[in-house]
Ligand binder design. Structure first.
Ligand code: NAD
Length: 487
C-alpha cells in the first residue's frame, strides 16, 4: 500500500478516493517549517450529500452484519495501522508539528488500540432485561442509529478521529467523518487503509473541509442522526444550536482549563515528573493538560524552584530530532493566539518566570512556529489568563492555604473537564476529588487512560461521555420491549 502524501488529498466517499465537487482546496502547512506540502479538499454540502447517500445505501447491509464480521474488519484496520506505523507517524508529525517520537509512541499506537478496543467491545456488548416477576418481561434492544457524523480537532489527529469512528462502526452505523482541516493527512491515509482492509463501500465516508463549509453541512443534514464532536467550546455551541432543534443525538467534548492541585505532602519526585507532562505534553495542546497549577503555600517556593529547573532543560526543537521534547505549535494562527495570550498575561500583571518568547530555530525549521514553555505567576483567579483556554505551552501558578481555598480556586473556572490532585493523604485526595467540578479526576497520576472509563466534561467542557460502554450506548438507539406473559 502506498502511504506517501500526495499533493492533493481526496475525499473517501462510497469506497472511492475523489476530488471535492467544488475543486476548492486548503493548504496543508508543515508547522515546523512553514512550508505548504499538500492541499486538502474544502468540501461543501454537495460532497456531504453524496457521502450521506452512500452511507444510507451501505447501512442496509452494514447494520445487519454480525458482530464477528465487524470485529474482524475493525481488527484488520488496526493491523494495517500497526504495520504502517512509520509512514503514519511521519505524516502526523509533518502535519501537526509534534515530535516524531511522540507520534510513534502515543498517537498512532492509540489509533490502532481504538479499533481493537471497540472491535472487542462490540463482541461483549449486552443490554438489560427487567423482569416483572411472573407477569411480564421487559428487554432492551440497542440498535444502530443509521448515518452518524464524527468531527474531530487537530491536537491528536488520528487518535481522536478513530476514537469516534471505531465505536460508531462497531455498533453498526455508517459514518460521515470530518477530521480537522488543519491536520487532515492521517485521516486521508486511513481511507486507503480502510479500502485495503475490505471495509465495504459507503460504510465510512471521510469528507474533508473546514467547519463552516463542510462541518456545518454535515450537522445540518437531516439524515445524519447523531453528531459526535470534539473541539472548541465555541464551535460546540454553534453545532448544538443547529443540531438541538433537529433533536439529533449529540456528544460534545469541548475545551478545558484544568486545575492541578499540589499539596506539600505529595510524592515530589513523581509529582514534578508528571506535572512537566501535564503542563507541556504535546506542547500543552491536550484538552486534559493542567494549565492552572495550584500549590499549597508551604510548598510554593520549592515547587517553583524545582519546576523551573526542569523546564529550563526542556529542549524545543525540530520534531524530527529525537532530543526535542517540544515540537512546533500546530499553525500560525494558534502560534499567534498563544503569543497574544502571553501578552495579555503580562498586561494583567503576571510575572513570566520562564519562557514567554517565540523560539527562532535555524536550518530546516527557521520558519517554524515554536514557543518556549512558559510559566507565569502573580495573577488572580478571575483574570482572562486563568479563565480562558490558551491551548499551548503556558501554565500559571497560584498559591493556596487550605483545602477549601484550593477547591474554590479550582472551581472558579467555567470549564470542568479534568483535575489532578497530588497528596499522600488518601482521605484528603478523595474528599477533594468528590468536590472538584470536573468529569475526570486523577489522583497522584495524570493521563493514565483506561479506555473503558467514562470520558468527558461538565460545565462548558461538554455534554455526554465517550469511552467504553458509554460510546457504544451513544452510537445506538435504545428500545424497550415489554412482553406480558398472559394467562
Ligand atoms: P475547533 O472547534 O476549531 O475545530 C474542531 C473541529 O470542528 C474541526 O474539524 C473543525 O473544522 C470543526 N468545526 C469548526 N466549526 C464548526 C462548525 N461550525 N460546524 C461543524 N464543524 C466545525 O477546535 P480545534 O481548534 O481544532 O481544537 C482545539 C479545541 O479542541 C480546544 O478547545 C480543545 O480543548 C478541544 N479538545 C477537546 C477535547 C475533549 O475531549 N474534550 C479533546 C481535544 C481537543
Amino acid at each position: 500500500m502506498n502511504l506517501d502524501i500526495p499533493y492533493h488529498l481526496e475525499n473517501y466517499i462510497d469506497g472511492n478516493l475523489i476530488a471535492p465537487l467544488s475543486s476548492n482546496f486548503i493548504d496543508c502547512i508543515n508547522p515546523a517549517t512553514g512550508e505548504v506540502f499538500s492541499q486538502v479538499p474544502n468540501s461543501n454540502e454537495k460532497d456531504i450529500e453524496i457521502a450521506v447517500n452512500a452511507a444510507k445505501k451501505a447501512f442496509t447491509t452494514w447494520s445487519k452484519t454480525s458482530n464477528e464480521e465487524r470485529f474482524k474488519i475493525l481488527n484488520r484496520i488496526a493491523d494495517l495501522i500497526d504495520e504502517n506505523i512509520e509512514a503514519l507517524a511521519s505524516a502526523e508529525t509533518t502535519d501537526n508539528g509534534k515530535p516524531l517520537w511522540l507520534s510513534k509512541s502515543v498517537d498512532i499506537p492509540r489509533a490502532s488500540s481504538n479499533f481493537r478496543f471497540f472491535a472487542t467491545g462490540i463482541m461483549h456488548f449486552a443490554s438489560e432485561s427487567h423482569s416483572m416477576t411472573d407477569k411480564a418481561i421487559n428487554y432492551t434492544l440497542r440498535q444502530p442509529i443509521g448515518v452518524v457524523g464524527c468531527i474531530s480537532p487537530w491536537n491528536l489527529p488520528l487518535y481522536l478521529f478513530t476514537w469516534k469512528i471505531a465505536p460508531a462502526l462497531a455498533a453498526g452505523n455508517c459514518v460521515i467523518a470530518k477530521p480537522s482541516e488543519v491536520t487532515p493527512v492521517t485521516a486521508f491515509l486511513l481511507s486507503k487503509i480502510c479500502k485495503e482492509a475490505g471495509l465495504p463501500n459507503g460504510v465510512l465516508n471521510i469528507v474533508h473541509g473546514d467547519g463552516p463549509s463542510c462541518g456545518e453541512a454535515m450537522v445540518k443534514h437531516k439524515d445524519v442522526k447523531a453528531i459526535s464532536f470534539t473541539g472548541s467550546t465555541k464551535a460546540g455551541e454553534r453545532i448544538a444550536s443547529i443540531a438541538a432543534p433537529m433533536f439529533k443525538k449529540m456528544s460534545l467534548e469541548l475545551g478545558g482549563k484544568n486545575a492541578v492541585i499540589i499539596f506539600n505532602d505529595c510524592n515530589w519526585e513523581k509529582m514534578l515528573k508528571e506535572t512537566v507532562r501535564s503542563s507541556f505534553g504535546n506542547m500543552g495542546q491536550i484538552c486534559l493538560c493542567g494549565s492552572r497549577i495550584l500549590i499549597e503555600k508551604s510548598a510554593y517556593e520549592n515547587f517553583k524552584k524545582y519546576f523551573i529547573d526542569i523546564i529550563k532543560k526542556l529542549k524545543v526543537g525540530d520534531p524530527l530530532d529525537e532530543e526535542s521534547k517540544q515540537g512546533a505549535i500546530v499553525s500560525q494562527t494558534q502560534f499567534e493566539k498563544v503569543m497574544s495570550c502571553i501578552e495579555t498575561a503580562k498586561q494583567e500583571g503576571g510575572t513570566i518566570l520562564i519562557g514567554g518568547n517565540a523560539v527562532k530555530l535555524t536550518g530546516r525549521c527557521e520558519n517554524g512556529y515554536f514557543i518556549e514553555p512558559t510559566i507565569i505567576e502573580g495573577l488572580n483567579a478571575n483574570c482572562k489568563t486563568n479563565m480562558e483556554e490558551i491551548f499551548g505551552p503556558v501554565v500559571t501558578l497560584q498559591p493556596f492555604e487550605t483545602e477549601e481555598e484550593a477547591l474554590q480556586l479550582a472551581n472558579t473556572s467555567n470549564y470542568g473537564l479534568s483535575a489532578t490532585i497530588w497528596t499522600q493523604d488518601i482521605s484528603k485526595a478523595n474528599r477533594m476529588a468528590a468536590k472538584v467540578e470536573s468529569g475526570i479526576v486523577w489522583i497522584n497520576c495524570w493521563l493514565l487512560r483506561d479506555l473503558r472509563t467514562p470520558f468527558g466534561g461538565i460545565k462548558n467542557s461538554g455534554v455526554g461521555r465517550e469511552g467504553g460502554w458509554d460510546a457504544l450506548k451513544f452510537f445506538t438507539e435504545t428500545k424497550n420491549i415489554c412482553l406480558e406473559f398472559g394467562v
